[in-house]
Design a protein around this ligand. Structure first.
Ligand code: ATP
Ligand code: MG
Length: 278
């Protein structure tokens, strides 16, 4: 269980996140929505302590995440993998090595300095790529892949961390609808098969509705909705995005992703379960 109690973040005099309280049980897939500037990225970054809250407490099980320092903080950041809109791969090295970089926090400094990975780690990295349907790209330079492929590499790298939580900050905002669907299907598959908690910021409402069992709506740094997609009435949607019709239509139309979870469960399996290495 991930618990946020009255979490806030100020930048100088501006409050970006204001008194957010949420309990997220292990294994949930949560979509965070809200208009630009609502505080979605700030909230996600506080969860893995890329930035520190100005107030409040974040807990994970018995751990007070807000109090972690040094090695314990690094361990939390390993448990809490992050996926970004811009993929954040190293473009001039091959895909397999990019995926292996997900192991760095599991290893000692000397091995990392020497860049030595074990056969077991390589097998695991290949299995992660295979699971995401891109094993054939393993030896290509990451920068030569399409956006959708690069985001799948980033997910494979996140899996190598063996995380308990995956935090994805607008993972499909740079992708076309087909690649967006492949990436969201991959996140859902990981959530359902491994039971890894997924918390993802999403730009469009349709995607959040289709993929997330729970939606958190932020407006001006505050939670204005927290519930199942079915409870998102048009009034609630206006509260989240504001009554400005232009902003509303921007978030509601756009993607072609609209396959509900239950229906997707019956669809042919696109991803293989990850092979257990070692
Ligand atoms: N480092 C910072 N310094 C000052 N202000 C910041 C900083 N980071 C974020 N903010 C402000 O906090 C508010 C929330 O930003 P945040 O990036 O969390 O929004 P968001 O909901 O992710 O928006 P978007 O949909 O555009 O990504 C914005 O007004 C932003 O300008
Ligand atoms: Mg953002």
């Amino acid at each position: 269980m991930l618990k946020l109690e009255n979490v806030s973040r100020r930048f100088a005099t501006f409050t970006a996140v204001n008194g957010v309280t949420l309990s997220i049980p292990a294994g949930q897939m949560v979509g965070v929505i809200g208009r630009s500037g609502a505080g979605k990225s700030t909230l996600l970054r506080m969860l893995n302590r890329l930035i520190d809250p100005s107030g409040g407490r974040i807990g994970f099980g018995e751990t007070d995440v807000t109090a972690l320092r040094g090695a314990k903080l690094r361990r939390w950041q390993r448990d809490c993998a992050m996926i970004f809109q811009q993929f954040n791969l190293v473009p001039r090295i091959d895909v397999l090595t990019n995926v292996l970089l997900g192991r760095l926090n599991h290893r000692n400094t000397v091995l990392n300095l020497l860049g030595i990975f074990s056969d077991e780690e390589r097998v695991k990295a290949l299995a992660a790529l295979d699971r995401l349907g891109i094993a054939q790209t393993a030896l290509q330079m990451a920068g030569t892949l399409s956006g959708g492929q690069q985001q799948r590499v980033a997910i494979a790298r996140a899996l190598m961390q063996e995380p308990k939580v995956i935090l994805a900050d607008e993972p499909i905002a740079s992708l076309d609808p087909l690649n967006a669907e492949i990436v969201m299907d991959a996140l859902r598959d990981i959530n359902e098969k491994e039971g890894i908690t997924v918390i993802t910021n999403l730009h469009t409402l349709d995607t959040a509705r289709a993929y997330c069992e729970r939606i958190v709506g932020l407006a001006a740094g505050e939670v204005v909705f927290d519930g199942a997609p079915e409870a998102l009435t048009s009034d609630v949607v206006r509260r989240i995005y504001g009554a400005d019709d232009k902003a509303l239509s921007e978030h509601i139309t756009s993607t072609s992703i609209s396959r509900p979870r239950a229906e997707a469960a019956q669809a042919p399996q696109r991803f293989r379960p990850v092979l257990e290495a070692g």
